[in-house]
Design a protein around this ligand. Structure first.
Ligand SMILES: Cc1ncc(COP(=O)(O)O)c(C=O)c1O
Length: 398
């Protein structure tokens, strides 16, 4: 037998977003491809982690995470999300919400189980399902408002469907699911006896509408696996602190698999996040909305001005723009052209669709410092001129 990669590895591809970041680095461009979130880390979070490190909190923690952070998360779940949970048995600290979802899939899905994803989807959701040999099914949201209806759900489900994944506010569409849509999903999940995995990582990044947690809807607490984290809220994507809140029947299995893969989330960083949750005032979270809506409007205004029509997001910090004006047959070619012409990296829309639904779309991230976002917009504004130059050059050659 020749040496080969596993069948699983052959099916799992490198994230398109990482690939674009590498291309961007090569030309020293501005990376609006990845959601790096390079704004400042709040002081109590940094100080809390440093204090913990200096005072010997540097060892493995128990699998579910340190008591201080689990209690802080349980308090926040009650205050912000309206979910009452027991910090001892129903809260697990994870290596990011990415680690939360991977462990939850291993604990709750069997190979061959189907899971419904809304499309455009976040690539890690799809690839995690593929890695655990679950089968994705797609419900495609209709642009520009990213709508769906109950029939779309009923048409997709089969007897092998075990779960549906809800990401609100959503990456990449910026959709904030309405209460009515959440109620459709809830009654659908109950009728077909499905788990609902919710990825609520952008819960504080809301510009229009309101964040609603699925577990607060009647009868949904026991079947909802609520996942979130502090990567985005505290600008600590490299710290890897996320969490799961769910019924204790599921929590033990999720904790077991999380322990197996990651052992625990970094100990002093758990304390930093706990201090942040405990000490930051309400206004901190409200300011996220105010700060990011300005970034959104700057980027969307620029995109509109240069003829790449944006679908203005209601939440999260990405914009999908319609880019048929750009040269290139595929969205990947269009993204490369844009990088060549302006030095601004985006992500090809094809990264968010299983078919060809994304070929005229590019995704831009606006979680950037004001200075960097302003420079990206300045460069993007040169696009019409560059396109005219390109058209002229083509005409001369012809
Ligand atoms: C929808 C969504 N979920 C999860 C993550 C990653 O979160 P974490 O850093 O907590 O693993 C991202 C990051 O871009 C995301 O967009």
């Amino acid at each position: 037998m020749p040496l080969t990669l596993s069948r699983r590895a052959v099916r799992t591809v490198q994230s398109e977003i990482r690939a674009m970041s590498v291309a961007c680095e090569k030309v020293q461009g501005i990376n609006l491809a990845q959601g790096v979130c390079d704004t400042e880390v709040p002081e109590p979070v940094r100080a809390g982690a440093k204090h913990a490190m200096d005072h010997g909190i540097n060892s493995y923690t128990r699998a579910e995470g340190l008591t201080a952070i689990r209690q802080a998360i349980a308090g926040k779940m009650q205050r912000f999300n309206g979910i009452a949970c027991d910090p001892e048995t129903e809260v697990i600290v994870n290596s990011g919400s990415t680690g939360a979802f991977y462990a939850a899939c291993l604990a709750l899905l069997n190979p061959g189980d189907e899971v419904i994803l809304f499309e455009p989807y976040y690539g890690y959701h799809l690839n995690t399902l593929v890695a655990v040999e679950a089968v994705p099914l797609y419900v495609t949201l209709r642009a520009p408002e990213w709508t769906f209806n109950r029939e779309d759900l009923e048409r997709t489900v089969t007897l092998r469907t075990r779960a549906i994944l809800l990401n609100s506010p959503a990456n990449p569409s910026g959709k904030v699911f309405t209460r009515e849509e959440m109620e459709w999903i809830a009654s659908f999940a109950k009728r077909h006896d499905l788990f609902v995995f919710t990825d609520e990582i952008y819960e504080y990044f809301i510009y229009e509408g309101q964040h609603i947690s699925m577990a607060t809807l009647p009868g949904m607490r026991e079947r909802t696996i609520t996942m979130s984290g502090y990567s985005k809220t505290f600008s600590i994507t490299g710290w890897r602190i996320g969490y799961t809140v769910c019924d204790q029947r599921w929590a033990q299995g999720i904790s077991y698999f999380h322990d197996l893969i990651y052992v625990c989330a970094p100990a002093p960083l758990q304390i930093g996040v706990a201090e942040g949750i405990r000490n930051l005032p309400e206004s901190f979270y409200q300011e996220i909305g105010t700060e990011y809506v300005q970034k959104r409007d700057l980027l969307c205004g620029t995109l509109k001005e240069i003829g790449l029509t944006p679908s203005v997001p209601k939440g999260a910090y990405y914009v999908l723009a319609e880019v048929s004006a750009l040269p290139g047959r595929t969205s990947r070619e269009k993204a490369m052209h844009l990088l060549d012409m302006t030095g601004v990296a985006s992500v090809a829309g094809s990264a968010f669709y299983h078919g060809d639904g994304g070929e005229n779309l590019l995704r831009f991230c606006f979680a950037k410092t004001d200075a960097e976002l302003a420079e990206a917009c300045r460069r993007l504004q040169q696009l019409p001129e560059k396109l005219r130059g390109k058209a002229l050059a083509t005409n001369v050659r012809a």
